[in-house]
Design a protein around this ligand. Structure first.
Ligand code: APR
Ligand code: ZN
Ligand code: ZN
Length: 364
């Protein structure tokens, strides 16, 4: 089967034929349905995020179960699934304390399956790893059964794919945050694939203002239909000054959805006293933020990280599916570009160029 493999950083992904094993105990083989193009994958291509190589990237995806390994009862062949990019072991302290999105065993095993071994081989017989255990930049994948979240047959596979990362990450960051109150003022720094969904989450929570901040005009124009009420072009004005002016002194909630120390500091700076800054974007691993620390203390500001929507991904998938089916959030409208797997490098060039909306790899 065909897959896009990262062999070296700063090099294009190579679309090659790989051998795929049968699913082992607790695993599932899927025909990948669709895969979203997310900035997190690009970090691994650039070396600003580290991973074992060679590796098949792709952590935002959906699939149809083709085969189940021994002991799998949760899904069966033919099931259409959202694929979670965090599979939970159920036994570690994070899983047991109700935070399966932070599963320690998942982290420890990383780009290998839970038993610590791999399922893919290239033409030279070299083991190929799987990003997030799901590696959806491939026609087929072996995934832990825990990654699979079945959806009704009328949910398009590309919609299910986006729920796998950007929708759940973005909407979840807002609706699962205990500091988020109805009528809050909200700023969103970075209104790309994930940021648009933070905007939709803020709309669901009846935010009174949803201020979009980005450096690309195209992105600011695009996010209006998802509920943004105000627009700040950070390439032209100081976004901290602009957001503080728009709100008469600062916002209740600021979401950082680009991933950089600089924008994280800006999110803290635009808060009104008692406000909360939520870090959603993944910055380059070496990045640091310079924070005005006395301001945080005197104004009782909060700064928190948020991974995969801050809750069990499966719980948020269910909520997001319900919002989608009731027409409360728009997912199909986020997809503006479709590519074949052979066009994957072009898909990443378009992401980095700042084209609005999400790109997806569509598999037939
Ligand atoms: N200020 C505000 N916005 C910015 C800035 C800046 N200084 N620099 C870049 N941006 C905008 C980009 O123009 C883009 O619209 O941030 C947005 C990022 O969106 P995408 O490129 O679509 O990335 P996305 O897939 O949404 O990922 C966002 O979340 O999952 C993490 O690793 C991922 O860190 C990444 C973040
Ligand atoms: Zn992602
Ligand atoms: Zn665990």
């Amino acid at each position: 089967m065909k897959a896009a493999v990262l062999y070296e950083i700063h090099e294009p992904l190579r679309v090659v034929d790989l051998e795929i094993e049968d699913p082992k105990a607790g695993e599932v083989k899927v025909n990948v349905g669709a895969a979203g193009i997310c900035l997190s994958d690009h970090h691994f291509m650039e070396g600003t995020g580290t991973t074992v190589r060679p590796v098949v990237l792709g952590h935002e995806g959906s699939g149809i179960v083709s085969e189940v390994g021994p002991g799998v009862t949760a899904v069966k062949p033919g099931d259409r699934c959202i694929l979670s990019f965090v599979s939970h072991c159920g036994n570690c302290t994070m899983c047991q304390s109700g935070s399966p999105q932070l599963c320690l065993t998942n982290r420890a095993t990383g780009v290998r399956q839970f038993d610590g071994t791999t399922r893919l081989k290239d033409g030279e017989g070299q083991a190929v790893h799987q990003l997030s255990k799901i590696s959806v930049f491939a026609e087929q994948s072996i995934v832990p059964a825990q990654a699979c979240h079945p959806v009704p047959a009328d949910v398009p596979l590309e919609v299910a794919a986006l729920i796998g990362c950007c929708v759940t990450t973005g909407v979840g960051a807002v609706i699962n945050n205990p500091m988020m109150k109805a009528g809050a003022t909200v700023a969103v720094f970075g209104v790309g694939g994930v940021g648009v969904n933070v905007i939709q989450g803020a709309r669901l929570m009846n935010a009174s203002r949803i201020i979009a901040v980005d450096i690309k005009r195209e992105k600011l124009d695009f996010c209006k239909r998802f509920g943004a009420t105000d627009f700040v072009d950070a390439s032209k004005v100081d976004p901290v000054v602009a957001v503080r002016e728009l709100t008469g002194g600062g916002v209740d909630m600021a979401f950082e959805v680009f991933g950089s120390g600089k924008t994280i500091a800006q999110c803290v700076d635009v808060l009104r006293p008692n406000g909360t800054a939520v870090m959603v974007g993944l910055a380059p691993e070496a990045d640091r933020a310079s924070l005005e620390v006395t301001g945080i203390v005197r104004n009782q500001k909060h700064l928190m990280g948020c991974y995969y929507g801050s809750a069990s991904p499966h719980e948020t998938f269910n909520k997001v599916l319900d919002f989608y089916q009731r027409g409360l959030i728009d997912i199909s409208g986020q997809i503006t570009r479709r590519y074949s797997l052979d066009q994957i490098n072009e898909a990443f060039e378009d992401l980095v160029a700042g084209k609005a909306g999400r790109g997806v790899i569509a598999y037939s």
